[in-house]
Design a protein around this ligand. Structure first.
Ligand SMILES: *Cc1c(COP(=O)(O)O)cnc(C)c1O
Length: 367
């Protein structure tokens, strides 16, 4: 089976983890500080705050903004449940702006249409490793006095016209096992707002700046040095990881270009793609349905993923939830029935890529 994602631990990572284990300081300490320092350098941002996962990084970010009951956050309907759950956990109300077909990211006109007097935050989601059109979104945010929280869980290192994901206001990243950089579980918040960064650090540590002096009702969102030791070499070697992903994506595109009804992912002008996922669309013009193609691929030993099969709020538990204001999002709804991710991770061999291409071609063309 060619898996949709694969974790490979290097000797350098093993050594660094061993160093932490032998140091006796296994909770948050100097390794976390080091991880934050190199992440800030890599992204080009003033502050990085490491936390225990990509969901708490969204929650801590939202909590730092002092949202009041009834305050609204506009996010994407085409995302992982974490984006929505974080808004609910932070006590805000979630609204949804539809997406673009081309980049799977928030559509700025739909954002404008969904603004109300209670909108405080816009939370675009950079899906699959490519950023949303942050220039249009930021323009609307600044005109309407909104904070921006970029859910960049899938887009570490991506950029638009030289502006990196997570640097416009607040950025949130995930280091979960399947993400481009992983510490098993882990997350990171980025911002150039120094006082906000200070506040997020305080929230991360039970609301304390000094021991037992509580300034805010916080939580324990800390990452450990063991986890940070896993992450540091990956950040240092990240360009190579992305280069491999990008080469794999190019090969997949060359091999699948001419298939009827299949739309391949495209890098938008001015943007860079870090290829967290290589996601094709199996449209109504395809001779085979998305689900059939996925089943055939699994049987042939090619792992696939459907991110995401439904709009994030389209589950019974959210139907009458007081903090979820769902809306018609026709593009997101259609796209969720079309997407299929193929393996693109850096540990694919040439023969893996050939097998993926040949198998998809056979299934689509012989149908
Ligand atoms: C992975 C992910 C998260 C949550 O990150 P965890 O580390 O799993 O908590 C949030 N948003 C998106 C878009 C993600 O892909």
């Amino acid at each position: 089976m060619i898996p949709i994602s694969k974790v490979v631990i290097t000797e350098e990572q093993e050594q660094l983890v061993l160093e932490v284990l032998r140091s006796g300081n296994i909770a948050q300490g100097p390794m976390v500080a080091k991880l934050e320092e190199i992440a800030s350098k890599k992204i080009g941002v003033g502050n990085s705050i490491a936390v225990n996962n990509g969901t708490t990084s969204l929650i801590a970010s939202l909590k730092s903004l002092d949202l009041q009951p009834g305050d609204q956050v506009i996010t994407s309907p085409f995302t992982f449940a974490a984006s929505l759950n974080a808004i609910i956990d932070a006590g805000a109300v979630a609204l949804f702006a539809d997406i673009n077909e081309e980049d799977f990211g928030m559509n700025h006109s739909s954002l404008s249409e969904n603004l109300t007097n209670n909108t405080r935050v816009v939370m675009p989601v950079h899906l699959y490793g490519q950023m949303c059109d942050m220039e249009s979104i930021s323009h609307i945010a600044s005109k309407n006095d909104l904070r921006i929280l970029e859910d960049s869980a899938q887009a570490f290192g991506a950029s638009q016209n030289g502006v990196m994901a997570g640097t416009r206001d607040i950025g949130s990243f995930s280091f979960y096992a399947t993400k481009n950089i992983t510490t098993g579980e882990g997350g990171l918040i980025t911002t150039n707002d120094n006082s906000l960064a200070e506040k997020i650090r305080t929230i991360r540590n039970q609301g304390m700046k000094k021991k037992y002096e509580y300034e805010i009702a916080g939580n324990n969102y800390r990452l450990t040095d063991i986890q940070a030791a896993l992450g540091i070499p990956q950040i240092n070697n990240y360009d190579l990881n992305v280069e491999r992903r990008s080469n794999n994506a190019n090969l997949l595109t060359q091999g699948l270009e001419d298939l009827p009804g299949i739309v391949l992912p495209k890098v938008q002008p001015g943007r860079t793609h870090v290829w967290h996922q290589y996601t094709i669309r199996v449209t109504s013009e395809s001779p085979i349905s998305r689900n059939e193609l996925a089943e055939h691929l699994t049987r042939a030993g090619v792992g696939t993923g459907i991110y995401y099969p439904k709009m994030v709020f389209d589950y019974e538990i959210y139907n009458s939830h007081p903090q979820v204001k769902s809306s018609e999002n026709p593009i997101a709804k259609k796209i969720s029935s079309e997407v299929l991710s193929l393996p693109v991770h850096p540990h694919l061999s040439l023969s893996d890529l050939e097998k993926i291409i040949e198998t998809v071609r056979d299934i689509v063309l012989k149908k």
